[in-house]
Design a protein around this ligand. Structure first.
Ligand code: FAD
Length: 467
């Protein structure tokens, strides 16, 4: 029987990063993945394919709506959805093959099959042909991720009533896509099909879209997406979904309790994701799971069985690839005897719509709730030369800083390139910068990052230069 210092179950961004870090630290490591490709949700049916389609559809949308103004004529512009999807597939396979390369470079043994605990140190791996191989591991890291969740009364036929996974490989552009859930995934995939010409209606239970983010972002994003033609029905509680084949009917109660009906050809159910532990044999080792199905862990991401750890979407916290990666690194270093640490307050959140939305730290609503005395400075993108040059004038940056100390407590931005720009705020906050610190740092001109400097000037003593 093969013996390892560490076995990792699941090869998503949590699992494969944990495996690499373990190997870098000299631990003999195995990774177990049930699918034939490595990379988990993120690389196969999540972050990477969705961004590939967002980028393709963004090019098309730009060509239709903005090229003429830039003085570029395009005759006979058309969408070839098949080609768009196959380019996305190529991006996915290049990326997942990259993980195979990293596994072999780091001498990590890859097992394909379903990993299941026989006991606390022995893991059965059930192969596709039904054969079972057992390996022994002194420590195990569970990184089995999550699956799309649904509502109890919805039957996902995966043809007309679909999840994000099917939405990444549709064969036609929907005429009317009804999206249940105005969170990140629904808005990103809704943007893809809206840009390609579909009618898109978003039905959201909460009063705002992206409900966990700062309310300014929700308001601004909804305004922008509405301008692009998306329709929003917030404070609507979906009560039924009827699938008539080519037509799907969604009914919902509006905020006054009146029943309204939406008819479309596709319904995308994007109401969140649930931790995935099926088939892991957690009961065989007595690992505790909470009422939400998440594996319970302590601050070191250790389960109640001390040699078994859990990371990523399968434990509490934001369901994000970079959060899973940080946890993978942290557990590997902890196992190797180091004292790693994650600042969960500084895990950024991003929505890859256009304009993009990005945030880190506390929202204004959280600061109010916590009774923290804060000040706020905002700067509109439209006041930037760079924004006017590229015609990406929507959005703003908002900086929240402690009223007394001026320490930055939260940064919330919507606008072009916000997804990349948020890194500056993360660095500043990691080093506990004040708004004045950032406002006194040179920001290249003309760039979108100048909006961060200006918002910091506004937060420091309300003296932005350009607005
Ligand atoms: P996963 O990536 O889910 O990987 C778990 C792996 O474990 C899977 O490969 C699974 O097959 C395997 N597995 C499960 N059980 C077993 C078993 N018993 N034996 C062997 N293998 C097993 N996050 C971002 O940060 N940025 C984004 O832009 C982003 N976009 C997204 C877009 C979409 C459409 C979706 C669905 C998600 C997106 N996410 C994004 C979320 C991100 O994909 C997840 O947070 C991330 O993949 C979680 O990583 P993980 O390692 O915990 O689990």
């Amino acid at each position: 029987m093969n013996k390892y210092d560490v076995a990792v179950i699941g090869s998503g961004p949590g699992g494969y990063v944990a495996a690499i870090r373990c190997a870098q630290l000299g631990l003999k490591t195995a990774i177990i993945e049930k699918y034939s490709t490595l990379g988990g949700t993120c690389l196969n049916v999540g972050c990477i394919p969705s961004k590939a389609l967002l980028d393709s559809s963004h090019h098309y949308h730009d060509a239709v709506h903005h090229f003429e103004k830039h003085g570029i004529g395009v005759d006979g512009l058309k969408v070839d959805l098949g080609q768009m999807i196959s380019r996305k597939d190529e991006v996915v396979s290049q990326t997942t093959e990259g993980i195979n390369f990293l596994m072999s470079k780091n001498n990590i043994d890859v097992y394909q099959g379903i990993g299941s605990f026989k006991d606390a140190t022995n893991i059965n791996i059930t192969k596709e042909d039904g054969n079972v191989e057992t390996i022994e591991a002194a420590k195990t890291i569970i990184a089995t991720g999550s699956k799309p969740s649904t509502l109890p009364f919805i039957t996902l036929d995966k043809k007309r009533v679909i999840t994000s996974t099917e939405a990444l490989k549709l064969k036609e552009i929907p005429k009317h896509m009804i999206i249940i859930g105005g969170g990140v995934i629904g808005l990103e995939l809704g943007s893809v099909y809206k840009r390609l010409g579909a009618e898109v209606s978003v039905v959201e239970f909460m009063p705002t879209i992206i409900p966990t983010m700062d309310k300014m972002l929700a308001k601004e994003l909804q305004k922008s997406l509405k301008k692009q033609g998306m329709k929003f029905y917030t404070s609507h509680k979906v009560t039924s979904v009827t699938n008539n084949g080519d037509e799907v009917v969604v009914t919902a109660d509006d905020k006054k309790g009146k029943s309204v009906e939406f008819k479309g050809d596709y319904v995308l159910v994007s109401v969140g994701r649930r931790p995935f532990t099926d088939g892991l044999g957690l009961d065989n080792v007595g690992i505790n799971v909470n009422e939400r199905g998440q594996i319970e862990t302590n601050d070191h991401l250790q389960t109640n069985v001390s040699n078994i750890f859990a990371i990523g979407d399968v434990v509490k916290g934001a369901m994000l690839a970079h959060k899973a990666e940080e946890e993978g690194t942290m557990v590997a270093e902890f196992i190797a005897g180091q004292k790693p640490h994650i600042n969960y307050n500084l895990i950024p959140g991003v929505v890859y719509t256009w304009p993009e939305v990005a945030a880190v730290g506390k929202t204004e609503e959280q600061l109010k709730e916590e009774g923290v005395a804060y000040k706020s400075g905002s700067f509109p993108m439209r006041a930037l030369g760079r924004a006017r040059a590229s015609m990406d004038i929507e959005g703003q940056v908002k900086v929240l800083a402690d009223k007394e100390t001026d320490e930055i407590l939260g940064v919330h931005m919507i606008g072009a390139r916000a997804a990349d720009m948020i890194a500056e705020a993360v660095v500043a906050m990691e080093f506990r910068a004040s708004a004045e610190d950032v406002s006194r740092m040179s920001h290249a001109h003309p760039t979108f990052t100048e909006a961060i400097k200006e918002a910091c000037l506004a937060a420091t003593d309300n003296r932005p230069i350009h607005s």
